[in-house]
Design a protein around this ligand. Structure first.
Ligand code: NAI
Ligand code: MG
Length: 368
């Protein structure tokens, strides 16, 4: 029987609540599809930091490295200065574990309320691939004459052919397993250095994927096209900052934080990939049973997909979608069921539902 060692960093606030439900659902899938998940929980997050003064030590990073994948809940706590846990843990792990791809599906599931009038699930099924390690997020730059009227702040964007090539190649491979269309999103008309490099890499890599149709959209125009005509897009590849912004727009279109999932993918097998709901620790609703576990469940499904368990991942996705379709609202007490009840219902569906034959992002990832 296939067996996978998975680290669980459930973290703070609603992190442990939704991660617990996600584990229930993937365990049910493992049972049904005949594989094993060996999970190890790591006690990291606000309390660990307040107790020890350390966010994560090197020995723990190395222990994490030995796992096949990491399921991440959420970090962040009002008692800890903003950024300490988020930067100290999430950004650190993305870098340490060489995860150049941030993958965010934008799929509107049936019955999920979207703020876009007349949008139907058939028209909204795309994937945003964001470069995860470079661009303006490397922290390069300097400030001189700070605090004076002559202050100058420089914030530099780092772009390398090596990282872009990896991300672009993965995007082409994923598009090939889906509807065969790849859109580059950038601002090549203004950011002439970085933009030219992205366009050049895309053009070069595209020669190896003649069956994939190429498209280009400026990031500002994307903010119109994405909500108005999401059916134009299949796989969208973009840089770190643009990806951060348009994937949040995508999350809004697909029904919000309760359903938005993501994966940080290591592509060379040297370290685990990490899967996390897009939302944070939601201290405003922590402990109340109001958190929607769907985003965490879908993130865990992405994890199964990258482990090659496409059918199990598809079952988890379908189970989450089926339960979402029954909810009157997506968050808070009006949701009509508690976090735990929703997890139970999703796990039950995973065990019993008929597996559809329609492909999805889950089967595409498993096939890449
Ligand atoms: P948040 O995503 O935690 O919450 C934003 C709003 O959405 C809140 O009203 C919350 O109740 C609601 N919400 C979030 N997830 C939900 C779910 N699954 N079901 C129902 N409602 C949900 O963002 P916020 O409030 O800006 O940040 C809270 C803390 O989380 C901060 O410390 C922040 O730094 C951290 N954070 C951590 C992230 C991570 O671990 N990857 C990502 C984003 C924020
Ligand atoms: Mg963000």
């Amino acid at each position: 029987m296939d067996s996978y060692d998975v680290a669980v960093l459930d973290g703070d606030g609603i992190g442990p609540e939704v991660t617990g439900e996600a584990l229930k659902v993937v365990e049910a899938a493992a049972k049904r599809f005949g594989f094993e998940l060996n999970t190890t929980r790591y006690d990291l997050g606000a309390q660990h930091y307040l107790d020890t003064g350390v966010v994560i030590d090197d020995a723990t990073v190395e222990r994490l490295r030995s796992h096949r994948a990491i399921l991440f809940g959420a970090m962040g706590d009002p008692r800890v200065r903003p950024g300490v846990l988020e930067r100290g843990l999430i950004l650190k792990l993305r870098r340490e574990f060489a995860q150049p791809v941030n993958l965010r599906p934008v799929r509107l599931y049936p019955g999920v309320p979207t703020p876009i009038r007349d949008l139907t699930p058939q028209r909204c099924d795309l994937v945003i691939i964001r470069e995860n390690t470079e661009g303006l997020y490397v922290g390069a730059g300097s400030t001189v004459h700070a605090g004076t009227p002559h202050a100058v702040a420089l914030q530099e964007s780092v772009n390398t052919v090596a990282a872009i090539s990896q991300v672009v190649d993965y995007s082409f491979r994923l598009a090939q397993q889906r509807r065969g269309k790849l859109t580059l999103c950038h601002k090549t008309n203004i950011l002439v250095h970085a933009g030219a490099m992205w366009q050049q890499v895309v053009d070069e890599v595209s020669r190896s994927y003649p069956a994939v149709e190429l498209d280009y959209v400026h990031v500002d125009a994307m903010c119109q096209h994405l909500p108005m005509t999401p059916e134009r897009f299949d796989v969208v590849v973009t840089d770190n900052l643009f990806g951060d912004i348009i994937s949040d727009l995508g999350a809004t279109i697909q029904g919000g934080l309760g359903v938005a999932c993501s994966g940080n993918l290591n592509l060379d097998g040297t370290a685990p990939s990490m899967f996390e709901p897009v939302h944070g620790s939601a201290p405003d609703i922590a402990g109340r049973g109001w958190a929607n576990p769907a985003a965490a469940v879908l993130s865990a499904a992405l994890c199964l997909a990258t482990l090659g368990q496409g059918q199990a991942a598809l079952a988890c996705e379908q189970a989450a979608a089926a339960v979402l379709a029954e909810l009157p609202a997506l968050a808070g007490p009006a949701m009509g069921a508690s976090t735990t009840e929703l997890g139970d219902r999703m796990a039950d569906r995973v065990t019993n539902l008929e597996i559809p034959t329609t492909p999805s992002i889950m089967t595409a990832i498993a096939a890449v």
